[in-house]
Design a protein around this ligand. Structure first.
Ligand code: HPA
Length: 273
């Protein structure tokens, strides 16, 4: 059977055959946030479905392609759409693109997502810089044989979301007059939104936002020694806190509403990275 390194190399070789630049930073764009890829200059687009060993994205609002080009003087590779565990893939499959980013030479990833707010000082449209994450779903993308040439069996994740870089992001947000909050991302597999009791649990355990992505990708990036930055767009208050029913359309609408601010912030993050 073909192993992880071989799969990474084949995917990398395919992407490299389509571009003549070397990506420096990776951007993973969450629900309703994919529009950021339109800011990328001289874009080359590569559909995931063309790339060897890539799963195919199934979620509405997720385009399912890489967009590679220039943003703020850096060569970036953006993922317009990502893979989620709830789609039925394995944890290793959903995080394979992060492995490929590393193979391409990317050492810093910005992970973005739409999330529900459990911190009651948040509201729909709040942007939250992720300081840490909680994954007690019982699954980790690092389970199974460890590829020691990529990273250690027992990676240290005490500074998974670079605290020093986060401090700079907060300063820049302030300078841009963006009210960037901070908090802990609590991962649920979904695909159902959480029950109010699950939201109370997440809150009690220290979560400020709940969401169905990002945490597995952050673990895989950290495993390979990549710098990780995360931003959640709080599109709704989590179930039970918000009194109205949750739905994906609202998530996408609110994410679209904060697009302008989000783009401004991401541009600056790429600039200072
Ligand atoms: N829960 C989980 N994921 C989400 C939410 C939520 O409330 N909103 C947007 N993504």
């Amino acid at each position: 059977m073909i192993n992880l390194l071989e799969k990474m190399n084949e995917a990398k070789a395919y992407i490299e055959s389509k571009i003549d630049v070397k990506p420096e930073m990776g951007l993973i764009l969450g629900s309703g946030l994919g529009i950021l890829a339109d800011e990328i200059e001289a874009p080359v687009k590569i559909k995931y479905s063309e790339i060897p060993h890539f799963p195919v994205s199934t979620v509405e609002g997720h385009e399912g392609q890489f967009v590679i080009g220039q943003l703020k003087g850096k060569t970036v590779i953006a993922m317009q759409g990502r893979f989620h565990y709830y789609e039925g893939y394995t944890m290793q499959e959903i995080t394979f693109p992060v492995r490929v980013l590393k193979a391409l030479g990317v050492n810093h990833v910005l992970l973005t997502n739409a999330a529900g707010g459990t911190n009651e000082s948040f509201s729909g449209g709040t942007l939250m810089l992720i300081t840490d994450q909680i994954n007690i779903m019982g699954h980790s993308p690092l389970m199974g044989p460890n590829e020691s040439s990529l990273g250690p069996r027992f990676p240290d994740v005490s500074t998974i979301y670079s605290p020093s870089f986060n401090a700079r992001v907060l300063e820049e947000a302030k300078a841009l007059d963006i009210d960037l909050k901070q908090g802990v991302y609590f991962y649920f597999t979904g695909p159902a939104y959480e029950t109010p009791a699950e939201v109370r649990l997440a809150k009690m355990l220290g979560g400020d936002a709940v969401g169905m992505s990002t945490a597995p990708e952050a673990l895989v990036a950290a495993h390979m020694g990549m710098k990780v930055t995360g931003i959640s767009c709080i599109t709704n208050m989590a179930a039970g806190i918000q009194k109205t029913a949750l739905n994906h359309q609202e998530v996408v609408e609110v994410a679209n509403r904060v697009q302008g601010t989000f783009i401004k912030l991401v541009n600056r993050i790429v600039e200072i990275a």
